[in-house]
Design a binder for this molecule. Structure first.
Ligand code: NZQ
Ligand code: ZN
Length: 389
């Protein structure tokens, strides 16, 4: 384990079928003005909205609502929410939804009292907030992003087609509490369920495929990946399997709550490519990652052969006898490809609405990261995107 680090995660989690009950005690900690934030209406269809509003009313809260937070939340929507939260003098932002709603609420938290334009301050200059931030609580209904226990907030500027994530350094931006009821995820369409599963898997990969020291974080990551592969196969056949769905939910949280990044340089290049595709197509986050992953990993494999070999043997159970590192690494990625196809993931950016003419523009808005096994230049990004068509 190399490097120096600090680990602190202040988000309090309530997990399980009865977890919503704990909202009662959390609500006592904040003032009366709650802004309830949710997406396009799934929570009204599956009864979660009624359950949450009932609890808020019984606790005497004054509720304002921000509804219609879209997947890949936009800057225009952020500006709209700032006005609502200001007018309501919000004491608590209560996010009920998936990563989009949760990310949006964190972006709102740092923007309501911000004296400058939040897009420029947080997403172009990557500064930290210097104003009072409004506490965020989260009731999760879609599993994948880990937003329920991290300080990330991704916002899309629909005018410039830039989709940018800011992972805030201050852990106070993490939700104060998150309620994780696996039952709430049962109404997700199959497409969203598997997209979330791949998002989880890739979060782990982004941290695992970096560094060459013997690192405890990698052993935790291998365990998380094995659990996810196992549970995803069960959930894919029977989405109503509570045990599998609850394991997937718990894995998602640990995949991106900063634990497995400790002592790691971390890569995040698949996310940079996927996010840029998302900025140009508005496609579902996990599917953008699925579509670019294999071309990327096959491209960088030779630069991190040792780790790709471990991935094959320790995660996918490939028999090592008589095979060289390259052969093992390739078999590991083949096993991953087979699993992705089994889940029904999108395997090309063409299916997400991208085409050859868009490649240069997508490459131009792709951030380059330097923590992985290979730092890509512009031509290599173009090459990988073309291989993803
Ligand atoms: O809007 P509603 O009607 O609620 O429908 C949503 C949405 O259409 C639906 N949904 C959610 N829960 C449901 C449900 N439908 C039926 N039953 C339920 N229980 O699912 C759709 C997708 O929801 P969304 O929140 O967009 O998905 P996800 O959780 O994947 O979040 C994606 C956003 O998170 C960002 C992504 O870039 C994207 O903007 N990310 C945030 C990260 C972070 N904070 O660390 C990291 C990730 O890598 C990611 O970048
Ligand atoms: Zn992700």
């Amino acid at each position: 384990m190399l490097g120096n680090f600090m680990y602190c995660n202040p988000t309090k989690l309530y997990f399980g079928e009865d977890s919503l009950n704990y909202l009662n005690e959390e609500l006592q900690k904040y003032g009366n003005n709650v802004v309830l934030i949710y997406g396009g209406g799934s929570i009204k269809e599956n009864g979660i909205y009624d359950a949450v509003v009932g609890l808020l009313n019984r606790n005497g809260k004054n509720i304002a609502e921000i509804s219609g937070v879209m997947p890949n939340p936009t800057l225009a929507k952020l500006y709209e929410g700032i006005e609502i939260a200001k007018k309501h003098e919000a004491d608590l932002l209560l996010a009920v939804g998936g990563g989009s709603v949760c990310d949006y609420s964190k972006a709102l938290s740092v923007s309501v009292n911000c004296k400058e334009d939040p897009w420029e301050k947080y997403y172009l200059r990557f500064e930290e907030p210097d104003c009072e931030c409004i506490p965020v609580g989260c009731i999760l209904t879609m599993v994948g992003t880990g937003s329920e226990m991290n300080a990330g907030a991704v916002i899309t500027n629909e005018k410039t087609k830039q989709k940018i994530g800011h992972v805030f350094a201050d852990e106070k931006i993490m939700p104060r509490f998150s309620i994780l009821n696996p039952k709430y995820t049962m109404t997700l369409p199959h497409y969203q369920m598997v997209s979330g599963i791949y998002d989880i898997f890739n979060h782990i990969c982004e941290q695992y495929f970096s560094g060459d020291d013997d690192n405890t974080s990698d052993y935790i990551s291998e365990g998380l990946m094995k659990s996810l592969i196992h549970s995803s196969r069960i959930a894919n056949k029977n989405p109503q399997d509570y045990e599998a769905r609850s394991n997937i939910m718990w894995t998602a949280t640990w995949a991106l709550n900063t634990l497995v990044s400790k002592g790691k340089s971390t890569d995040w290049m698949v996310h940079m490519l996927g996010q840029s595709v998302g900025g140009h197509t508005n496609a579902t986050h996990g599917m953008t990652l699925a579509a670019v992953s294999l071309p990327y990993y096959r491209y960088i494999m030779e630069y991190g052969l040792e780790k790709f070999k471990c991935f094959a043997v320790n995660v996918w159970g490939i028999e090592a006898n008589g095979k060289d590192d390259r052969q093992l690494a390739e078999e590991g990625l083949k096993a991953m490809e087979n699993w992705m196809k089994e889940l029904g993931l999108v395997m090309s950016i063409t299916e997400l609405g991208a085409n050859e003419n868009m490649i240069e523009a997508i490459a131009d808005t792709t951030f380059t990261m330097n923590g992985g096994y290979k730092v890509l230049d512009h031509e290599e990004i173009v090459e990988i995107l073309k291989a993803s068509l």
